[in-house]
Design a binder for this molecule. Structure first.
Ligand SMILES: [Zn+2]
Length: 188
């Protein structure tokens, strides 16, 4: 079930961002910010929301209907409307967060790379640029759709939807990353 009206709060808990239903003052801040940013002249400005004397600073975030909210003590939360936007924001925060310091070796060459729970066998960028087909032809992957979405492969200028590739003889699988782009994982 989806809930497109509910406001969610995304907050840092230890090293992981988590999501919960927003509290009344957060909902009020969100709705006031929506009104403020409805005027496109304000898009580059920060919006200050006064909650009984406590000032929260809201700034429009990259995704639609999402805001970065700073409290006076500089702690940061994110507000999002609708569970689709909130989940997307949560995932992207956890994927890009600098607080996540876990690393693993690239399964092909051993170079240390950031570990993403969603892509446990992801290969490094260097290895990801050396993909070939089972017969040794260079195969590349791309996102055919708007905002880096969708999946496509190219071999010898021919477009297709081939996911399987090989890197230094190891079988790998390419796919569309959840937030756009391509991710290549080793399947051995
Ligand atoms: Zn590698």
């Amino acid at each position: 079930m989806t809930n497109q009206d509910q406001i969610y709060c995304i907050y840092l808990d230890g090293t992981q961002y988590k999501m919960s239903g927003a509290r009344p003052y957060q909902c009020a801040a969100f709705h006031a910010a929506e009104v403020f940013y409805a005027d496109e002249k304000n898009n580059t400005l920060k919006y200050q929301f006064n909650n009984n004397g406590y000032i929260f600073t809201l700034k429009k975030h990259e995704l639609a209907s999402t805001y970065k909210m700073m409290k006076e003590d500089n702690t940061v939360q994110y507000l999002a409307q609708g569970d689709v936007a909130a989940n997307k924001l949560l995932e992207s925060m956890n994927a890009t967060s600098s607080v996540l310091k876990e690393t693993i070796p690239c399964p092909i060459c051993g170079k240390v790379i950031t570990y993403y729970a969603r892509y446990p066998k992801m290969v490094c960028g260097d290895c990801g640029s050396k993909t070939v087909t089972a017969t040794g032809e260079i195969i590349e992957f791309y996102n055919p759709y708007f905002l880096g979405s969708g999946f496509g492969s190219i071999v010898n200028g021919k477009k297709g939807e081939e996911h399987i590739c090989y890197i230094y003889g190891k079988k790998c699988c390419a796919g569309e990353a959840r937030f756009g782009g391509i991710v290549i994982q080793c399947c051995e």
